[in-house]
Design a protein around this ligand. Structure first.
Ligand code: PRP
Length: 215
């Protein structure tokens, strides 16, 4: 009975999806349909293995998984922390590594040190709030942006930003630096709690096989 259902994956569009598909392929989960980059299809199926895949914007992946539209999702830890959805986080996939940091011009270090009332721009207002309000006990003004957050301190919108740093190149080229580290980030596999109950063997064996590739 369990084997008759599709196992549906929601993947984060872009680099994370490419890496996830290579990883799944290495353990025998394939989807030939997905390799045709010219296709406008949204949902890809492997009939033989009863697998379904679709691509979504990062912040939507935990939403699809929470509501059970996908059994499994692959998404960055940053998005999981920001969205706060009710899903099981089952595996750190070890790629998509970067750091969530407080960044700004060097002079902003003093403002942070003395717990000044500062402006913080971020695509991640919940992570910024959790960090400043709960971890640091510092009251700040959080301004939500949707991208190119580094502009914040450069054009005078904010004193600092809370953002992802991967190579550090964007900061360097814009005269900004890491001032404090919030947490490390990487790609995580998430599972819908009901799916875990409905297809326990299939999902557990998938997790176990993925773990083996890490050892
Ligand atoms: C992310 C992040 C930084 C940059 C960090 O932006 O927000 O801007 O990458 O990478 P680096 O340390 O290797 O320079 P993204 O490219 O996702 O675009 P966005 O600015 O539109 O969010």
């Amino acid at each position: 009975m369990e084997e008759k259902r599709y196992l549906t994956f929601a993947l984060t569009k872009g680099r994370l999806a490419d890496k996830t598909l290579s990883l799944l392929e290495s353990i025998g989960f394939t989807c030939e349909e997905m390799k045709d980059k010219s296709s406008r299809k949204l949902v890809f199926v492997n009939e033989e293995q009863k697998l379904r895949f679709f691509l979504a914007k990062g912040p939507d992946v935990p939403t699809y998984v929470e509501y059970g539209a996908a059994d499994i999702g692959v998404v960055g830890k940053d998005t999981l922390l920001e969205e706060g959805r009710r899903v099981y986080e089952v595996l750190d996939l070890g790629f998509g590594k970067c750091r969530m940091c407080v960044c700004g011009p060097a002079r902003a270090q003093e403002l942070l040190k003395h717990h000044k009332m500062i402006r913080v721009a971020s695509k991640y207002p919940n992570i910024a709030k959790e960090y400043f309000y709960n971890k640091k006990n510092q009251t700040v003004d959080i301004i939500k942006l949707n991208g190119s957050v580094e502009l914040g301190p450069i054009v005078g919108l904010s004193d600092v930003i809370v953002d992802i740093v991967e190579t550090g190149g964007t900061l360097r080229e814009n005269g900004l630096e890491v001032l404090e580290e919030v947490c490390p980030i990487s790609a995580r596999m998430i599972v819908n709690p009901v799916s875990m109950q409905m297809q326990p063997e299939r999902i557990r064996s998938l997790i176990a096989r993925l773990r083996e590739t890490q050892s």
